[in-house]
Write a protein that binds this ligand. Structure first.
Ligand code: CUA
Length: 334
């Protein structure tokens, strides 16, 4: 609807028209009142002009209907904007249940994208059209901000923390992606493109040039190499808790509180294991702060996600086993 206006990037996601419609509504309301006030000021200035330097205006002692009108009308308009914006905001911050998951890292001065199936990309991101995609990301150094103008989503990349954006692209094509937070000398060069492809073309792209197996498989390798598996036994009898079926579940901590095991919690547990200790376990785990790259942390998280019991109650410790969750597009259609 508004993409003909050259000031605005293309609308290429399901969220884009919703964000734009709200934006243009606010602009229209603002323009209407700005114009109305200007016109009335000019009209009155002309109508009540006088050459008599001693003229005194009529004394007016308020008007209840007028005061009610200028209180109630703006109130209603504000509430409409609030409710509308809240609706759009919730859709932006709450991804649908089934998304294609992609990890990303911002660093001076590039964006590195990591697909679950193992592909890496730098300053380029390939996604399928018509599918909800969630990008979970962090920064390796300073604040960056991942911005997809055509999808109307943006979030800061914060060192030591995960942020995420989600979108469902509606049009095949190439679109900009930017760093939208001044991060240093080459901030303006921290740009890239997102390539939206037909699902079949995306599958073909995904299966071409995989090196080193899936992200979860790399995580499994790391899990063994770092000897995590010597404490986190799958039968729950280890010195550390079993990680099978942990992802997405609530976990009781030693201080009595309960957390949901998500990407941020797994990350924190790897880098600062004592921060949120699982109830009944001893604080034995060493920190891996400084020993793991962000990509390796992401691989370990994917491995933890892949640890699910099959129907027989036996842990499928192999990351190459089919996922229960349809978050991995490549496997879904094979
Ligand atoms: Cu990274 Cu600006």
């Amino acid at each position: 609807m508004f993409s003909g206006i050259p000031l605005f990037p293309e609308q290429a996601s399901t969220l884009a028209p919703r964000v734009d419609n709200l934006y243009f509504f606010i602009v229209a309301v603002t323009a209407f009142f700005a114009l109305a006030v200007t016109v009335v000021v000019i009209y009155f200035a002309v109508k009540y002009r006088t050459d008599d330097p001693l003229a005194v205006g009529a004394s007016i002692h308020g008007s209840i209907p007028l005061e009610l009108a200028w209180s109630i009308v703006p109130f209603i308009i504000s509430i409409v904007i609030f409710a509308w914006a809240a609706d759009v905001f919730f859709d932006i911050v709450r991804p649908p249940n089934q998304t294609l998951e992609i990890y990303a890292t911002g660093k001076r001065w590039m964006w590195k994208f990591q697909h679950i199936d193992g592909q890496n990309e730098i300053n380029e991101l390939h996604v399928p059209v018509g599918r909800a995609v969630k990008v979970t990301f962090t920064s390796e150094d300073v604040l960056h901000s991942l911005f997809f103008p055509a999808f109307r989503v943006k979030a800061d990349a914060i060192p030591g923390r995960y942020s995420s954006v989600w979108f469902s692209a509606t049009k095949v094509g190439e679109y900009h992606l930017f760093c939208a937070e001044y991060c240093g000398t080459k901030h303006s060069g921290m740009v890239g493109k997102v390539v939206v492809m037909e699902p079949a073309a995306y599958q073909a792209w995904l299966t071409g040039g995989v090196v080193g197996g899936s992200l979860a498989a790399r995580g499994e390798q790391l899990f063994n190499d770092l000897a995590c598996n010597s404490c986190h036994l799958n039968d729950g009898k280890g010195r550390g808790p079993s990680l099978v079926n942990k992802f997405g579940s609530p976990e009781e901590l030693s201080n009595g509180t309960v957390v949901t095991v998500n990407e941020s919690y797994v990350r924190e547990s790897i880098l600062t294991p004592q921060a949120k200790l699982v109830a009944t376990y001893q604080p034995l785990m060493p920190t891996f702060q400084g020993l793991l790259s962000e990509e390796n942390v992401m691989a370990l998280i994917e491995y933890v996600k892949s640890l699910k019991t099959s129907s027989g109650g036996v842990a499928e410790a192999s990351a190459t086993a089919p996922h229960d969750t349809p978050t991995t597009g490549a496997q879904e259609n094979r």
